[in-house]
Design a protein around this ligand. Structure first.
Ligand code: ZN
Ligand code: ZN
Length: 399
């Protein structure tokens, strides 16, 4: 039955042209690229191969996937590899989960300056954590953590924030011992929140002075320095939201969390319920009502608009590692931590993720006779669409 349920690709194929009529002029090249890739993913346009059973002759044609990181169909492969690497990084200590959110007043500015604002978000949040943790009044230790940028809410609204996954403790500043954080408590969120705001606004003002911000449309007035000062003053007045989610019970739970959230796109195909009369209905969780499950219906054009808000700038890294876990020195730092903690590598069961590449390696058994193996017999070349059939969002060469 699930076969008949719509996917994001169906919404784009059916309503992409209509979306484009309204929003085409404000759709960036990378957003067009995402529309194009998702709509062509696993279709004849991308080519593929034919497998045949070596006993009964049963044939199966598979088309190539687009491998765009925003495509709901293409998330598995990179994830499995990434997780294996993270598993080797885990320490046998409690882990905490802290979230730094961007105030909603910054939403439009962030949308016009994604690379810059997300970069400042990462920088301000990571410096805040390293500073407060290093302060002897708090933990007095050098810590390490993973940070993951998320920009979507459950109904696809724009809500940028970074999630931090952090071991509860760190190396003493002279690197001679491990300092554990208190049970169930990592760092005071009010202290984190005020330093985060200060640091973020420092870098934001610097970007303004250096004329690195794009200010278009309604934001154009902000280029006048008086308006800009008022804008900043308002941001300084409010509390910024940093909150601690319930800590992870075990390092295995950390992996489970990372497995679920790190390589997600704004919405999974599983949540789509129907595409009818130009409207999309999908499931969402209402966190304000004890996570109750609800459904929402949007015009398909609005659905596409919201989906595309979450497209990241080209090659932007949405998962980053800091402090002891920064790419440089991570191995040595972890070895040192483990020597003080008195544990060797973590003893955990490997996370099982089905991975396209893994499946490719072993020959699958024929689903019809159950005896033969499916053998690749033919490569199918890409079949470009004829000019007449090409919807407008595919007309731009974004390769
Ligand atoms: Zn794809
Ligand atoms: Zn067979």
């Amino acid at each position: 039955m699930k076969d008949h349920w719509p996917e994001v690709a169906d919404v784009i194929r059916e309503c992409g042209s209509r979306y484009f009529k309204t929003y085409g002029s404000s759709t960036s090249l990378s957003q067009r690229r995402v529309m194009k890739d998702i709509s062509l993913c696993r279709t004849a346009a991308l080519g593929g191969h034919k497998d045949q059973c070596d006993k009964c002759g049963h044939e199966v044609i598979s088309y190539n996937s687009c491998r765009n990181r925003h495509c709901p169909k293409c998330q598995g492969a990179a994830q499995a590899q990434w997780l294996e690497a993270r598993e080797a990084d885990l320490l046998n200590v409690p882990y905490f989960h802290v979230v730094f959110t961007l105030p909603h007043e910054l939403g439009s500015l962030a949308l016009q300056n994604k690379r810059l604002i997300y970069g400042i978000l990462f920088r301000a949040a990571s410096e805040t954590l390293l500073t407060i943790a290093g302060d002897p009044k708090h933990l007095g230790a050098k810590i390490g953590f993973h940070m993951i940028l998320h920009t979507w809410g459950q109904t696809l609204i724009y809500h940028p924030r970074v999630h931090v996954v952090v071991p509860g403790g760190g190396l003493s500043l002279d690197q001679t011992r491990w300092i554990s954080s208190r049970k169930g408590f990592f760092l005071p969120v009010r202290v984190l929140s005020s330093l985060f705001r200060k640091k973020f606004l420092f870098y934001l003002k610097k970007s303004f002075r250096e004329e690195k911000l794009s200010l278009h449309g309604q934001l154009r007035t902000l280029s006048q320095s008086r308006r800009w000062r008022d804008f900043i003053k308002n941001l300084e007045k409010n509390d910024w939201v940093v909150y601690a989610k319930p800590p992870f019970g075990s390092p295995e739970q950390v992996l489970k969390y990372l497995a679920r959230y790190t390589h997600r796109v704004a919405i999974s195909n599983r949540r789509l319920l129907s595409l009818r009369d130009g409207k999309v209905t999908f499931r969402y969780k209402d966190y304000s009502r004890q996570d109750s499950k609800r459904t929402i219906t949007l015009q398909a054009t609005e659905f596409i608009r919201r989906f595309l808000l979450h497209v990241l700038p080209k090659r932007f890294m949405r998962i980053r590692h800091y402090g002891l876990l920064a790419n440089r020195g991570r191995k040595e730092n972890l070895a040192l931590c483990r020597s003080y903690l008195g544990t060797a590598c973590l003893d955990s069961t490997p996370v099982k993720i089905t991975n396209e590449q893994e499946q490719d390696k072993s020959k699958p058994i024929c689903p019809v006779c159950g005896k033969g193996y499916m053998i690749r017999v033919e490569a199918i070349p890409k079949q470009p669409k004829k000019n007449k059939e090409i919807p407008c969002y595919l007309m731009f060469d974004t390769s």
